[in-house]
Design a protein around this ligand. Structure first.
Ligand code: ADP
Ligand code: MG
Length: 311
């Protein structure tokens, strides 16, 4: 009831400030996302900012935030039989009044607040990036011995779990072995480290397998991705953060995939190409590159969900 009254008020009075409306300030502003604290829940807002080569660019990619939030929603729904997740709603009508304004519509997800486990759960189905670098050095990735003779971007015989610890701000995350992930968790949760470490590993691989197979059937290779898990108030392991977006994963177009070289990024291909070709760019993309990139995000959404993106 209270909600309905507030909505009516808002439509009468526009989006103006109201005496009783609670203002929110982000408790955390990442490179691309903002997190708001709403008591038992969080509101995670994906902005239209874009990063490339570890820099935030000056352009906004129109609707990127909404596309990525809706993509996460799709995957959370698609995998809720494998593992419970933190999503409560992506409808601003379910959120405090402050969020019922245009800049939060579609790009905000209300989530159960979890106690996050300090492990980045990375799973790789293909060898690229830091995994490829490590393999070239010593034939292993995070302590896992891989077959000989792999070439860059090769598909792995089986997806591998390569956790890392969240580094302090400014440092790069550190790859660790599964055994080290047990130790990290055991330190915080005595007697439970092995159980939590095994659960997040098994869930990570199961999620990746189901979703990567699906994406492949739609023309997108998910080369690798990262999940984050947390504990709910009963100590259950719950999937949090964003899920299988191009910001947390490497998406490659299936068309033109060829092992033995680096693959173009599904979404950031035009951005990276242009930045490389224009080294004195000042992090400002031409409008044409922005438009092509917007189109790539929409294309990824439409391929994966089978629905056109509704702005
Ligand atoms: N359900 C949740 N409960 C509590 N924290 C969460 C939840 N989901 C995600 N987080 C945390 O919210 C933060 C999102 O911030 P993000 O923009 O990804 O920046 P960064 O990854 O640099 O910390 C991360 O620290 C993530 O672990
Ligand atoms: Mg993050």
């Amino acid at each position: 009831m209270g909600k309905a009254v507030n909505i009516n008020k808002r439509s009468r009075e526009g989006f103006g400030k109201e005496d009783e409306m609670q203002e929110f300030k982000p408790v955390k502003e990442g490179k691309v996302r903002e997190v708001y604290d709403n008591g038992d829940s969080l509101i995670i807002v994906a902005t239209d900012r874009i990063s490339a080569f570890d820099h935030i660019l000056k352009n906004k990619i129109t609707k990127k935030g909404a596309i990525l939030t809706q993509m996460s929603k799709f995957w959370f729904d698609y995998t809720k039989d494998i593992v419970p997740n933190h999503m409560i709603s992506v409808d601003v009508k379910d959120m405090p009044e402050f969020f019922r304004q245009e800049r939060f519509e579609g790009n905000s997800m209300m989530c159960r607040k979890l106690e996050m486990l300090p492990i980045e759960c990375i799973v790789r189905g293909y060898i690229t990036g830091s995994g490829w670098a490590s393999y070239q050095e010593n034939g292993t990735v995070c302590g896992i011995k891989l077959p000989e003779g792999l070439v860059e971007s090769d598909k792995l015989p089986e997806p591998i779990y390569t956790p890392s610890t969240k580094a302090e701000i400014g440092l790069h995350d550190e790859n660790i072995s599964f055994e080290e992930s047990v130790k990290v968790l055991e330190k915080i949760y005595p007697g439970k480290g092995a159980d939590y470490a095994a659960q997040i590993k098994d869930k990570t691989i199961a999620l990746y397998k189901k979703c990567a197979e699906y994406a492949l059937s739609k023309g997108i290779i998910i080369a690798d991705t990262k999940f984050e898990f947390g504990l709910d108030e009963n100590g259950n392991v719950v999937l949090g953060d964003e899920m299988l977006t191009p910001d947390s994963s490497r998406f490659w177009p299936l068309e033109g995939y060829e092992a033995g070289k680096g693959q173009p990024s599904f979404d950031k291909q035009f951005v990276r190409d242009w930045l490389k070709a224009n080294p004195d760019n000042d992090l400002l993309l031409p409008e044409e590159v922005v438009e092509k990139t917007v189109a790539k995000y929409k294309e990824a959404f439409e391929l994966l969900t089978g629905k056109p993106f509704q702005a």
